[in-house]
Design a binder for this molecule. Structure first.
Ligand code: CXF
Ligand code: ZN
Ligand code: ZN
Length: 370
């Protein structure tokens, strides 16, 4: 079938909205009509080359839609079901899935490789050449073909915009606080970078009962927004947060510091360490440039203070547990998702949406489809 999709052909060139050919679903795949796609910073990491992806590629990895056709052997879904994408696939069979660590599913190793999970291409340009799909999803398109391992069935009455956000950003941020930082009642938590992921970490920390949630962001709009998601304090930078956190903890400092800036830099670890108490936890969630090797850490203090530095992918969450859980919290009025969507765009406005994100105008932009 012919579909319109936002394609990246070369890094640092605009997304081009093209008419392309999408094959039907093969075995263990589904065809989905896209209803909404979230505009996460990692599509920008692909765009600017800090995350190496195969080109050309259909962008987008946050999405929700309606199943309209099933490939051979699909028993988990029926036509008409609504799904949220999960950029982390979960096969249910590998040792990590078996251990309940589906965020580490072995299929994740294929995410930055060309083509589909298991190989082959379903997307093709007008001249017949193959196109990949970002993180095996390609949600910036009117339709998607994806593996059943990358799709989570959701209630059909959940609106598509909020459903799209749990594909990546919300689950990643919430899980960074709840699963990885292990925030508990009375904690002091610092969240550095308050876009879609960081704002979800703020929400997760507040929902877990943190006493102090300190939102750190240079953008006044984001610092002010953070208060509506549960932040109790804010600061422009980690340096500025030092006195603030010292003051509200009697000099103890934060139980956890969660790093969710647009791009993680090696120079951010040491200031995060200085904001962290003895025995406390630094969670590194944001994506760094793939070539980034150097980081600053006071190794003496790190061991003397018995601190922990933890990497975090997909909020250390199991997609098949956490995505339905977060959406049920949304339905119960506990998790704010509508409020995360600052602006909506048409597919043709994808470049404008990313300009807005980079100019700190959005917590999350969402592309909607008719
Ligand atoms: C991902 C991007 C692909 C590699 C792992 C992290 N982040 C999503 O936003
Ligand atoms: Zn697996
Ligand atoms: Zn993402």
């Amino acid at each position: 079938m012919k579909i319109r999709a936002a394609v990246l052909r070369e890094i640092n060139t605009p997304w081009t909205v093209e008419e392309i050919e999408l094959d039907g679903p093969q075995a263990r795949e589904i065809l989905v009509k896209t209803l909404a796609a979230g505009m996460c910073h990692s599509d920008e990491h692909a765009h600017n080359g800090s995350m190496p992806v195969p080109l050309p590629i259909v962008g987008g990895h946050e999405g929700a839609g309606e199943v309209i056709a099933l490939g051979e052997g699909v028993t988990e879904f029926e036509v008409g079901d609504h799904i949220a994408c999960s950029f982390i696939p979960s096969c249910g069979k590998c040792t990590w899935c078996a251990r309940g660590m589906q965020n580490l599913c072995d299929l994740g190793a294929q995410l930055l490789e060309p083509g589909m999970i298991g190989g082959g291409y379903r997307h093709h340009a007008a001249d017949g050449s193959d196109i990949s799909a970002l993180l095996k999803l390609g949600t910036f398109a009117e339709h998607m073909v994806l593996s059943v391992d990358s799709a989570i069935k959701i209630d059909n009455d959940i609106p598509a915009g909020p459903a799209a956000l749990v594909s990546c950003g919300v689950t990643t941020g919430y899980g960074s606080a709840v699963n990885r930082a292990d925030v508990t009642a009375g904690d002091t938590v610092v969240v550095v970078g308050c876009g879609g992921v960081g704002m979800s970490a703020v929400q997760g920390a507040a929902l877990a009962g943190a006493k102090n949630v300190v939102a750190v962001d240079p953008s006044e709009f984001k610092r002010e927004s953070a208060t509506t998601f549960g932040a109790t304090h804010s600061a422009v930078s980690m340096e500025e947060a030092m006195d603030l956190v010292g003051g509200i903890t009697n000099g103890v400092m934060a139980d956890s510091v969660i790093l969710t800036p647009g791009e993680l830099l090696g120079e951010m670890i040491a200031p995060a360490q200085f904001l962290t108490r003895k025995g406390g936890t630094i969670v590194a969630t944001a994506v760094a440039n793939a070539a980034q090797m150097d980081t600053q850490l006071n190794l003496f203090l790190f061991s003397m203070m018995n601190q922990q530095l933890k990497g975090c992918i997909f909020g250390s969450a199991a997609p098949r547990k956490e995505i339905p859980n977060l959406l049920s919290m949304y339905q119960a009025g506990q998790l704010k998702l509508d409020e995360m969507i600052t602006n909506t765009y048409t597919l043709d406005q994808v470049n404008e949406g990313y300009d807005d994100m980079l100019n700190n105008k959005n917590i999350r932009g969402v592309i909607t489809f008719d």
